[in-house]
Design a protein around this ligand. Structure first.
Ligand code: ZN
Length: 417
């Protein structure tokens, strides 16, 4: 009898720890101890199988709209509910950031950390945005958009340099927190530097704008493809691609935009603060000195309701031939990007970033390059729509590929060097 009781209690305690046999699920847990992660967990409701959370970023390091974490303990085929509310942390103006920046219509998730998919549409309930999903795995990553970390950038430039003899994995510099800033350097053939157009592509001066890095990657992938036009561009130009400029805020899951003491994209002054800005300004300055700063592209994601569009300086502030060349490039890029299938909505009307846009407008990178560049320099900021069903890794990379093809089409009409 004694023995039977012991056996029965052993079985009971074993059953209690083997939930699949008695119907209970493993506890849901949240993990954010990895590169790029950001979350503040408010509540995990085991009965409802829901996680309530807000973005975890520190406003001193930029707008706290980015979130990215892993949920473990999922029973395959169960529905998990994510309840998101905006960060309550206050900004410089003592108010929290408007919730819409943190709340994509569809969240992004992955069960392997590589293939990123959209959830169904979230439902807004008061201060909350509710996403439900059935991941069919014990663990899933969830994020504001498809993550792209400094490690992703390092892997991308390494992979490109392995598959193409014309690509070199390089480093722009090391950051203030001593992280490497990966850069892809592309050139093909024997043409000397002075006979090559200079093309500069940088993304992610704002760390939360992950889509812009995927656009930069798509640019590089097209550039190193078998396409004849891509080969022409490699042979006639020297191209620099930096998929993540602000590696420190990207790695730590902070927003970057409006960070203290300067937003990266308002740091293009005589004395920049961030090491990435110092290094980029020096290299771009070198291209300007050599008279071959031909195309400068700064990649971003816009406000939640915006389509894709270019930011430009008002005409009155520029001289010819810069204005006509810029307008021609915009036409070529728009013609291609607006035809992408499935659709990536784009406006053919650029927005203006002049004196009225921001007090530090002169220190915005694309403006700085326009104002300090060569007479023929085309320098633009491209904002790629993020809050849209096709704002996926595939959609973003298609934008990059078409942008690169537009650069080729544009340079092919310029006088040979
Ligand atoms: Zn931005």
């Amino acid at each position: 009898m004694q023995r039977l009781i012991i056996v029965a209690s052993l079985v009971a305690s074993w059953l209690a720890h083997e939930p699949s046999l008695c119907g209970a699920a493993d506890p849901l847990t949240v993990e954010s101890d990895f590169e790029g992660a950001s979350v503040r967990v408010l509540e995990i409701d085991e009965a409802k199988r829901s996680v309530s959370f807000m973005p975890g970023g520190d406003p001193v390091r930029g707008w706290p709209c980015w979130w990215y974490f892993r949920v473990d303990g999922i029973t395959p085929d169960e529905t998990i509910t994510l309840r998101l509310r905006a960060s309550t942390a206050t900004l410089e103006n003592r108010k929290p950031l408007s919730a819409s920046w943190a709340m994509p219509a569809q969240a992004t998730f992955s069960t392997d950390g590589e293939a990123w998919l959209h959830t169904g549409k979230g439902q807004r309930q008061g201060n909350w945005m509710i996403y439900t999903l059935k991941p069919a795995a014990a663990s899933m990553f969830v994020a504001w958009g498809p993550p792209y970390t400094p490690s992703t950038a390092a892997k991308f430039v390494r992979d490109m340099s392995k598959t193409s003899a014309h690509a070199k994995a390089a480093e722009l510099c090391r950051s203030r927190e001593d992280r490497p800033v990966p850069m892809l350097h592309v050139r093909e053939g024997e043409r000397t530097k002075k006979h090559r157009f200079g093309v500069w592509v940088q993304a992610r001066q704002h760390a939360w704008e992950c889509g812009s890095s995927w656009v930069a990657q798509g640019f590089g992938e097209w550039l190193l493809s078998d396409d004849e036009e891509a080969a022409w561009l490699r042979q006639h130009a020297e191209i620099f691609i930096i998929p993540v400029m602000d590696v420190d805020n990207t790695a730590t899951g902070n927003g970057g935009k409006n960070a203290f003491p300067y937003d990266h994209n308002r740091d293009w002054s005589r004395k920049p603060h961030w090491y990435e800005t110092i290094a980029a300004q020096r290299m771009v300055g070198g291209l300007i000195d050599e008279g071959r700063m031909d195309v400068f592209l700064d990649l971003h994601n816009p406000a939640p309701g915006d389509p894709s569009f270019f930011y430009i300086l008002p005409k009155e502030m520029l001289k010819e031939p810069m204005i006509s060349l810029r307008d021609r490039f915009i036409d070529l890029a728009y013609a291609r990007i607006s035809k992408i299938k499935p659709l990536i909505p784009m406006s053919n009307k650029p927005k203006v970033t002049g004196t009225s846009y921001h007090p530090l407008w002169r220190q915005i990178s694309a403006n700085w390059v326009s104002m300090n560049g060569n007479p023929h320099t085309v320098s633009l900021c491209l904002e790629t729509i993020w809050n849209y069903k096709n704002s996926t890794t595939t959609g973003y990379r298609a934008v990059g590929a078409n942008l690169a093809a537009a650069v080729q089409e544009f340079l092919a009409t310029r006088p040979d060097r």
